[in-house]
Design a protein around this ligand. Sequence first.
Ligand SMILES: C[S@@+](CC[C@H](N)C(=O)[O-])C[C@H]1O[C@@H](n2cnc3c(N)ncnc32)[C@H](O)[C@@H]1O
Length: 271
Amino acid sequence: MLCNEAVKRIDAVSIISLVSVMRNEEVLADQHRELDRASAARIKKLLEERAQGKPLAYITNKKEFFSEEFYVDERVLIPRPETELLVEEGLKILEEHKEARNIVDMGTGSGAIGTIIAKKTLKEVLCIDISVEALRVAQYNARRLNVSDKTRFLCSDLFDGLRETTTFDLVIANLPYVAVDEWDGLMEDVKRFEPKTALIGGKEGTEIYGRFIERLPNRLAAGGHVLCEVGGPGQAESIGAGLRAKGFTVVSRRDLSGIERVLVGTWTHSS
Ligand SMILES: C[S@@+](CC[C@H](N)C(=O)[O-])C[C@H]1O[C@@H](n2cnc3c(N)ncnc32)[C@H](O)[C@@H]1O
């Protein structure tokens, strides 16, 4: 098998499968198959890109999230497995509050959260992002998952593009939360290839969430919920405190690594 020492075997198999339009199992079962020159050259080029650190998801333009295949490229953050917890919590709230109708996926990126929520609940989800390029990817994913009729897309800085009176029953946010000083410590693949605007949340990392929380009380219907993904050191405490200071009841959920990853806020006041 054409391979490159610097590339993990499983990644190499995915790249060969992509180019030769075979399933991974077929590639593994037929390792002595002859490849035409064009395919071999293309595989070599992609293996080199992978060896230089380009994430596999950007090479194959595929990432599995919540058992669905999403299209991704460098316009969007690659959905992370820990974000599935955010979706699980959202689905739980929507199961308990069947009356909930107005749902927003804030910082939608590839649309991973909003499209899964729409697909699983058949409720309409408004997907907001400040990046028009990310929204194009999210819209494409909504078509792929057959939820175009259940998703709407808005290019906006947080809630700014909405009418002042628009409120929501559930706001799910995965906004950037990396601090400027943490940037150097991120993995090279992330720094070189993923969109910085999807990761950096300001000097402290919590500035975008700070602006978001400031606007939240006017945006939630009575009894509404907000879910925030967090992860930097001390962020569950600081962002949780910000939500409590605005009058939210807050609990946190830990991911599989034991990190407080999702804040669940309940708004019991009227907006
Ligand atoms: C951490 S990524 C999350 C992407 C996706 N929701 C996911 O979970 O994989 C953050 C997203 O928030 C968007 N974003 C950053 N600042 C924003 C703002 N002020 N208003 C709306 N979206 C913003 C970025 O463009 C990016 O797509």
